[in-house]
Design a protein around this ligand. Structure first.
Ligand code: ADP
Ligand code: MG
Length: 250
């Protein structure tokens, strides 16, 4: 589903991704761990072309992201095409990013109607089913500010699902939450995992990684230091940097 090859990314003089290779199979959950500043968010953002790569290529479900081949050169796609690619990749942010002036239902219906041109009634029916799925059927008409952080994040997940993405990306989805609200969001993500949703989740929740991940990836300083099943990377890390990181977060 995801094929990342030799991806490099710099911001000015700062090399943030230094040759990333990562493959994710359909239906699998990949958890990305690593210290702050190691390039985790940048990696997620390159996958839906919120950041352009400097070198390398990313395919999602066989589609080259952000570029098209012309002869042996790559040309950047026009923004309109990039937006179309993006609609099939859901992104859930640390700080929810809900539209404050729209109700919960309107937040979810917005993109299916305006981007995918789905009939409003159909989009609303889907939105209500999704709200049910994340346990918020009774909040359809509430405004985001009236919800707890955990509820807002569950709405954000429903909103991402409304585009029927092939792939879901989560960037520290529980980091902004009070501890007692973390579980309800992780439960929703676990439920998606059980249903075979392909996901890449950046998180520091090691217990979640152990329970849900098919693959755990440890990043440090712009590189993937090691990756493998949680039982290996979390319990028998081979690299000193992984051990040092885990000893801090566990
Ligand atoms: P992580 O998510 O692992 O904490 P990030 O991918 O956010 O790491 O950031 C990696 C490095 O890239 C950091 O040093 C950060 O300051 C830098 N960085 C991220 N985005 C930008 C940007 N838009 N412009 C300049 N530097 C950036
Ligand atoms: Mg980050």
């Amino acid at each position: 589903m995801v094929d990342i090859r030799s991806v490099h990314k710099s911001f000015g003089q700062l090399d943030v991704l230094k040759g990333i290779d990562l493959q994710v199979r359909t239906g699998q959950v990949t958890v990305v761990l690593g210290p702050s500043g190691s390039g985790k968010s940048t990696l997620l953002r390159t996958i839906n072309h919120l950041e352009k790569v400097d070198r390398g290529a990313i395919h999602v479900d066989g589609t080259l992201i952000g570029y098209r081949r012309s002869g042996d050169r790559l040309r950047e796609l026009p923004e309109r095409e990039v937006l179309k690619q993006r609609t099939r990749i859901g992104f859930v942010f640390q700080n929810f990013h809900l539209f404050p002036h729209l109700t919960v239902l309107e937040n979810i219906v917005e993109a299916p109607v305006s981007v995918q041109k789905r009939p409003r009634q159909e989009a609303e029916e889907l939105a209500r089913r999704l709200l049910e799925r994340v346990g918020l059927a009774d909040k359809a008409d509430a405004y985001p500010r009236r919800l707890s952080g955990g509820q807002q994040q569950r709405v954000a997940i429903a909103r991402a699902l409304a585009l029927e993405p092939r792939l879901l990306l989560f960037d520290e989805p529980t980091s902004a939450l009070d501890p007692e609200l973390v579980g309800e969001v992780l439960d929703v993500i676990k439920d998606l995992a059980r249903q075979g949703t392909t996901m890449i989740v950046v998180t520091h929740e090691i217990g979640f990684a152990r329970e849900v991940a098919d693959t755990v990836v440890f990043m440090d300083d712009g590189r993937i230091v090691e990756q493998g099943p949680p039982g290996e990377v979390l319990d028998r890390p081979r690299h000193e940097r992984t051990r040092a990181f885990l000893s801090k977060v566990l």
